[in-house]
Design a protein around this ligand. Structure first.
Ligand code: FES
Length: 154
């Protein structure tokens, strides 16, 4: 199977069978992000224990790339500290903007193909940018709010 086909299957599998989709009760971090290019919105919920991410869920609407990326993100974040999670967000954004990938051995590698379609990069980063803002605001003690993704323009 060609690599592009394999990647497409991985994305469609996460889209058809999203991991950790739905509201998470008792979340310590709740954040909403919107893709300004299409208006699609996602909510991210994070539950912490002793400073470590115990559980991450997402819900909302969006294209297959945004939903698959959110699903993969929830799997990647379990068991990470907030600092580690923040670092993973930056690594993922770097990958989506063409830098070397730290995710070659994970499903996330499938999203590298999206780089060929710059307008879709915001779909892939939507959940990640929202999570990063949620973490930042939690650490600053700010309440959650709806916001557009704020990554640098392509
Ligand atoms: Fe809206 Fe992809 S088209 S998130």
């Amino acid at each position: 199977m060609a690599l592009d086909d394999l990647y497409r299957e991985v994305i469609l599998d996460h889209y058809a069978h999203p991991r950790n989709r739905g509201h998470l009760a008792d979340a310590h971090i709740t954040v909403e992000g919107a893709n300004p290019l299409c208006g699609d919105e996602l909510s991210i919920y994070v539950r912490l224990e002793d400073g470590v991410i115990q559980d991450v869920h997402f819900e909302g609407r969006g294209c297959s790339i945004s939903q698959a990326s959110a699903s993969m993100m929830t799997e990647e974040m379990r068991g990470k500290t907030l600092a580690e999670a923040r670092g993973l967000v930056e690594s993922f954004k770097a990958m989506m903007h063409g830098q070397a990938s730290a995710f070659d051995e994970t499903d996330l590698a499938a999203l590298q193909g999206v780089r060929k379609f710059p307008v879709r990069v915001k779909c892939a980063t939507l959940a990640w940018v929202a999570l990063a803002q949620g973490i930042d605001e939690f650490q600053q003690g700010k309440p959650a709010a709806v916001r557009a993704t704020t990554e640098a323009p392509e």
